[in-house]
Design a binder for this molecule. Structure first.
Ligand code: ARG
Length: 458
């Protein structure tokens, strides 16, 4: 046991209490942020004359030495310390002696941990944004190559109207683009520095909070010291955005699992991203897609956990807030892993375009277009809907499709049908005519693709 706070105690901490209270097991991943924050704090203390220039130099050098030694593996983070803050401070004192004892002047672990967590999360926001961008690039490439790859579009998982693969992927482009916009918003909102808030009420030392904020790349200092040490909103926002990313990934995975099924066979997942069965030799399973779908639960769990932890906490810092870390870290790791693997799976997945087009041709995906054809011949839409409904029933009974019927057969249902019906209900026409912005028609899609491209190049 090695603590920062033994002075007012007359007994050793109970070993189980110590272990229950300690956070070093999971907050050690904050060592970089802790050292970076301490360097900024010491630099400011020096400039303000709160420590001497020599002391400042010794502290900064000592901290840089600790960082280098941890990174190289020469210094192992020791679990005998209560938390990462204690570990760094104790090491500094070992290295440079009394000057090291001055580092914590005008600082509390409350503002220190608030800063560390914020710095860590801010980096994670950027990393997730980069991974989202890579995913968007893969999606966009598939869109560019598939503006005329026909497939059925579904509602209720029933074939509805024909679309293209570019159009289907375009829906996911929009989702992940919004996820990136959320990263940008979260970054801007969280980018204020809590350092200098002290335990809760600021300090009596003449700290320059603007300076530390600037040294650490923040837009400025936070404006209320109580809020500074007890705010985890940014983390909740981030976990919420991560949950939304997982929801999007999970939906996409669900579709890929369906597309990859024996019944559909729209896609083939690359061998490198599939797994086999220990008993059934024929199997090639979409485990990666299933795992990404499955891992959505633990990310939602992290969000619910932190929301629940925070809801009963009076101002300002309370130890409950130490619970902000483990599940949040797990969520961040999980989402990054899922993005990397999902992007890899997507980039290598092959499409069975003939099967997709064949599937779009049956299931009466052109029924709406057949009704619209009759509208063009002067039939009111509600009547046209009824006529085509009867036509579909006729086809189901004869096990055929609208476009396979002879003109004579069509005319027994309505005398408005002419030779031009075949072109009107062909797959190509059904898709190409959908030209409003956001629709699957290739000309409309190309405009959206160009806009998406410009967005990714920004
Ligand atoms: N390990 C603590 C946490 O993660 C650090 C802050 C401790 N502050 C305190 N007053 N006990 O929240």
């Amino acid at each position: 046991m090695a603590q920062l706070w033994g002075g007012r105690f007359t007994k050793e901490t109970d070993a189980q209490v110590y272990a229950f209270n300690a956070s070093i097991g999971f907050d050690q991943r904050l060592y970089r942020q802790d050292i970076k924050g301490s360097i900024a704090h010491a630099t400011m203390l020096g400039k303000q004359g709160i420590v001497t220039e020599a002391e400042e130099a010794a502290i900064v050098q000592g901290l840089k030495g600790i960082l280098a030694d941890v990174e190289s593996g020469k210094l192992v983070i020791d679990s005998k310390y209560e938390d990462i803050h204690s570990f760094v401070e104790a090491n500094l004192i070992d290295r440079i002696g009394d000057a090291g004892k001055k580092l914590h002047t005008g600082r509390s672990r409350n503002d220190q941990v608030a800063l560390d967590m914020r710095l860590y999360t801010r980096d994670q926001v950027e990393e997730v944004d980069t991974l989202l961008k890579e995913l968007l690039q893969v999606i966009l490439q598939t869109m560019e190559e598939n503006t005329e790859t026909y497939m059925p579009g579904f509602t209720h998982l029933q074939k509805a109207q024909p679309i293209t693969l570019a159009h289907h992927y375009g829906a996911y482009f929009e989702m992940f683009k919004r996820d990136r916009l959320r990263m940008k918003d979260i970054y801007a909102r969280m980018n204020y520095c809590p350092l200098g808030a002290g335990a809760l009420a600021g300090t009596t030392y003449p700290l320059d909070r603007e300076m530390t904020a600037e040294l650490l790349g923040f837009a400025g200092p936070t404006l209320n010291s109580m809020d500074s040490v007890s705010d985890r909103d940014y983390l909740i926002e981030f976990l919420s955005a991560l949950s939304t990313i997982m929801m999007h990934l999970s939906r996409f995975c669900e579709e890929i699992i369906i597309w990859n099924s024996n019944e559909y066979q729209f896609v083939e997942i690359d061998d490198a991203f599939s797994t086999g069965s220990s008993i059934m030799p024929q199997k090639k399973n979409p485990d990666i897609a299933e795992l990404v779908r499955g891992k959505t639960g633990r990310v939602y769990g992290a969000l619910m956990s932190l929301l629940t932890t925070m809801k009963g906490i009076p101002l300002a810092y309370n130890k409950d807030m130490q619970e902000d870390k483990e599940m949040a870290f797990d969520a961040m790791d999980t989402v990054k892993d899922c993005l990397v693997l999902f992007t890899g799976m997507l980039a290598t997945m092959k499409f069975r375009k003939e099967r997709m087009a064949a599937s779009a041709m049956n299931g009466f995906t052109n029924a709406t277009d057949a009704a619209d054809y009759l509208v063009g011949k002067g039939v009111p839409f509600r009547d046209a809907h009824g006529i085509i409904g009867r036509l579909v029933l006729y086809c189901i009974e004869k096990n055929t499709s609208i476009d396979a019927l002879s003109l004579e057969e069509l005319q027994t249902i309505s005398d408005k049908f002419g030779e031009d019906i075949y072109d009107a209900v062909s797959l190509k026409t059904c898709v190409e005519k959908r030209l409003t912005i956001g629709a699957p028609g290739p000309e409309a899609m190309k405009k959206v693709i160009a806009a998406n491209k410009a967005y990714l190049e920004q």
